[in-house]
Design a protein around this ligand. Structure first.
Ligand code: HEM
Length: 159
């Protein structure tokens, strides 16, 4: 019993599970496709794109292994960004629209969750821009998915 009470939830659980991640990317990519800077980058994205991104982030945050077992892998995700020639301007707009969406869908707004969320988004988007400016990458196709945790705060504030 004591263990249950003391168990620190994953970022995935704290966010509210898969429906929350799917809602986040659904609304986010609607914004992206109405944005004049990002629309040309995403115009040809696959129909599954937004779901795959939801499942990828959910898995990184401790959710089920949906992306890596049936939709892609860390290696395939990295490959999707190669040669896309993304700029810092693209990245900043992407981050800004995602955070705007997070507020609109009431993603948990506590300091601990948001600091972990933003840290991951900063990390992931900066890597996406770096990879998008090369045409090839020496990477092990079996590279495991990244795993993100609560960082310095160590968990949510539970009163
Ligand atoms: C944390 C940051 C990011 C994550 C987790 C992420 C995740 C993903 C994933 C999982 C895919 C593969 C989707 C699929 O399998 O259908 C993908 C593709 C892609 N991403 Fe990202 N991404 C990130 C940042 C960015 C940024 C900042 C941009 C551009 C501003 C970007 C542009 C793209 C594009 C253009 C594709 C290919 C879309 C297509 O043609 O299907 N990504 N991303």
């Amino acid at each position: 019993m004591e263990n249950d009470l003391n168990k620190i939830p994953s970022l995935y659980e704290w966010a509210g599970g898969m429906p929350v991640f799917e809602k986040l990317t659904d609304l986010f990519y609607k914004k992206v496709l109405s944005d004049e800077l990002l629309e040309p980058v995403f115009r040809h994205m696959s129909r599954e794109h937004q779901l795959h991104v939801a499942h990828f982030i959910a898995e990184v945050f401790g959710g089920p292994e949906m992306y890596s077992t049936s939709e892609g892998s860390h290696f395939k995700m990295i490959q999707k960004h190669l040669s896309k020639h993304l700029t810092e301007q693209h990245r900043q707009r992407w981050v800004s629209l995602l955070l705007e969406t997070a507020n609109e869908i009431d993603l948990p707004a506590d300091p601990e969750f948001r600091s972990a969320f933003v840290a991951y988004i900063e990390w992931g988007t900066r890597i996406a821009v770096i990879n998008s400016n090369v045409d090839d990458l020496a990477m092990n196709p079996g590279e495991p998915m990244p795993k993100w945790g609560w960082g310095v705060p160590g968990g949510p504030y539970l009163g």
